[in-house]
Write a protein that binds this ligand. Structure first.
Ligand SMILES: Cc1cc2nc3c(=O)[nH]c(=O)nc-3n(C[C@H](O)[C@H](O)[C@H](O)COP(=O)(O)OP(=O)(O)OC[C@H]3O[C@@H](n4cnc5c(N)ncnc54)[C@H](O)[C@@H]3O)c2cc1C
Length: 222
C-alpha cells in the first residue's frame, strides 16, 4: 500500500530517498515519541515540540486546555508536523558531500478534537500503552477533572511524506584520492537502565525489565 503524494508531499530534492510506502511511514512514526508541530497564528509562525503517538491512520497529541498551542490546533489551524530520527553522520572526502543518515516524516492537515470523555480516556490509554505496554491497567486512570483539563487531538495521516537516507558518503570522482578518513559515524538513541523512584517498593514489572533489554512488549494487550 502506498501513500499517493500530493503536490506538497512530493519529494523533489533527492527524490530517490522518498518513501511513499504506508508501512514505512508507520514504522518511522512508531519509532519516536517526539514531533515538532509548525503552525501560524496572529503573532506569526511557530514550531513546537510535542509528545505524540500513532493509532491506526491517525497521529495523536494531548495537552492542557490552557495551552495556546492546543487551543489553536483544536480551533482547526493548518499544521505541518515533522518527526525525524538521526541514524548517522556521513563523513565524505569533501566538506560539501558530508551528509546525515536519517528517517523522517512530514504530515500536513488539521487536527480534530476527541470530545467525548470515553474516547479521550481510550486514546490516553493508547498513549500509556506506547510509553509502557500494560501500565494503563496499573496506574490510576485520569479523573473526570483531569480528563476535563486535557485536550486530545488527532490528525489523519492522509497527507504525509517520508524520506530516508542510508548508506555511506557519495564522493565526487575527482576527490577519491584525497587521504582523509571517510565513512559513517552511526548514531542511535539508546535506552538506559531504569531508575526506580526512591520511594518505590514494587518489583520492576515486565515492561520495565523489557525496556532495560531494549525491547517493547509489543504483544501486550491494550
Ligand atoms: C536529520 C536531518 C538532517 C537534515 N539536514 C539537512 C541539511 O543540513 N541541509 C539540507 O539541505 N537538508 C537537510 N535535511 C533534508 C531536509 O529535511 C530536506 O529534505 C531538504 O533540505 C530538501 O528540502 P526541500 O524543501 O528542497 O525539499 P522538497 O523535496 O522540495 O520538499 C517537498 C516536500 O517533500 C517533503 N519532504 C521534504 N523533506 C522531507 C524530509 N526530510 N522528510 C519527510 N518529508 C520531506 C515535504 O512534504 C516537502 O514539502 C535533513 C533531514 C534530516 C531528517
Amino acid at each position: 500500500m502506498s501513500t499517493a503524494p500530493t503536490p506538497r508531499t512530493r519529494i523533489r530534492r533527492i527524490p530517490e530517498n522518498a518513501v511513499y510506502d504506508r508501512a514505512a511511514l508507520h514504522a518511522i512514526l512508531d519509532d519516536g515519541y517526539l514531533c515538532h508541530i509548525a503552525f501560524a497564528d496572529d503573532s506569526g509562525a511557530h514550531c513546537l515540540p510535542m509528545a505524540y503517538w500513532r493509532s491506526g491512520e491517525h497521529l495523536y497529541i494531548h495537552g492542557s486546555n490552557g495551552s495556546r498551542l492546543m487551543k489553536t490546533l483544536a480551533g482547526g489551524a493548518e499544521v505541518a508536523i515533522a518527526i525525524s530520527h538521526l541514524d548517522g553522520l556521513v563523513l565524505a572526502r569533501s566538506a560539501f558531500n558530508h551528509s546525515m543518515n536519517y528517517r523522517s516524516a512530514v504530515i500536513y492537515g488539521r487536527f480534530e478534537a476527541i470530545a467525548d470523555e470515553t474516547g479521550k480516556a481510550a486514546a490516553l490509554d493508547e498513549f500509556m500503552h506506547k510509553l509502557a505496554p500494560g501500565r494503563q491497567h496499573e496506574a490510576r486512570p485520569g479523573s473526570r477533572q483531569e480528563l476535563g483539563a486535557t485536550i486530545v487531538l488527532r490528525i489523519p495521516l492522509d497527507e504525509a511524506a517520508a524520506k530516508v537516507r542510508s548508506g555511506g558518503p557519495e564522493d565526487d570522482e575527482k576527490d577519491m584520492d584525497i587521504p582523509v578518513w571517510t565513512g559513517v559515524l552511526p548514531y542511535a538513541t539508546v535506552r538506559a537502565t531504569p531508575q526506580p523512584a526512591a520511594d518505590c517498593r514494587i518489583d520492576a514489572p515486565d515492561y520495565v525489565r523489557e525496556w532495560a533489554l531494549g525491547r517493547d512488549l509489543v504483544d501486550s494487550p491494550l
